[in-house]
Design a protein around this ligand. Structure first.
Ligand SMILES: Nc1ncnc2c1ncn2[C@@H]1O[C@H](COP(=O)(O)OP(=O)(O)OP(=O)(O)O)[C@@H](O)[C@H]1O
Ligand SMILES: [Mg+2]
Length: 208
């Protein structure tokens, strides 16, 4: 049975696809059979990224496929060690359906209060609906400084949730890498790759 990691958020553009791709890349490099289920059939951003990666001949090859629902993705999960659900920015109800099927639900969030407040509300809603809090984790993205990261981390932990180690700075190089079919652990800048590695390793440690 595959381990299922779901990337969710109500807000768009917080980094769900970014982390899905990087998790897939790291898991594949570690020898796991991994599939990214791109549930945003309208945008298909991870499907596009996969095509760019194949065209550029980047190894390891990762597998990305579009699905309309989490249930459809789960139906093919048996052939994989890890199924990564790259969720669409949606209502709590759709997110709940995805969360129910996941061993770990990761919600990326920015560090401003405007980002943190709704992010916490979203996890509260999942917890209230019966998802155990130990299956929920935040990932900090688009942070500006270490101090900002520490403050956001404290806020989220105070709310009762775990936060993955590390946090991603807002950097054009992360965008650039993904434009080229690479993951945020495959940029041209070793320091940025290391930074992303810490976050991804902490995610992998939670599920393997
Ligand atoms: N730390 C970062 N620094 C710079 N750019 C980033 C960072 N994280 C994500 N991005 C960029 O921001 C955009 C949105 O990120 P991403 O697609 O991962 O978000 P998403 O949550 O999947 O969005 P959606 O809700 O639309 O599916 C992408 O162009 C991505 O390359
Ligand atoms: Mg996305």
């Amino acid at each position: 049975m595959a381990t299922v990691v779901a990337l969710v958020s109500q807000k768009g553009g917080v980094g769900k696809s970014t982390l899905s791709r990087a998790l897939a890349r790291e898991a594949a490099a570690g020898g796991l059979r991994v599939k990214v289920a791109d549930l945003d059939t309208q945008q298909g951003t991870s499907v596009d990224w996969h095509r760019a990666r194949l065209n550029a001949g980047i190894e390891p090859v990762v597998s990305v496929e579009a699905f309309a629902t989490a249930a459809q993705a789960l139906a093919i999960a048996d052939g994989y060690d890890l199924l990564i659900i790259d969720g669409p920015a949606r209502t709590s109800q759709a997110t709940l359906e995805i969360a129910k099927s996941a061993n770990l639900v990761v919600q990326p969030t920015g560090a401003s209060l405007d980002d943190l407040r709704p992010a916490v509300r979203e996890f509260h809603a999942l917890a209230k609906a019966g998802i155990p809090a130990d299956r929920l984790a935040f990932a900090l993205n688009r942070i500006g400084t270490d101090a900002e990261e520490a403050e956001a981390r404290a806020y989220l932990e105070e709310a009762g949730y775990s936060v993955l180690a590390g946090g991603l700075f807002e950097r054009p190089a992360y965008r650039q890498a993904q434009n080229e079919g690479r993951s945020i652990t495959e940029t041209r800048f070793p320091k940025l790759n290391e930074r992303a590695d810490v976050l991804l390793q902490s995610l992998i440690d939670r599920v393997v």
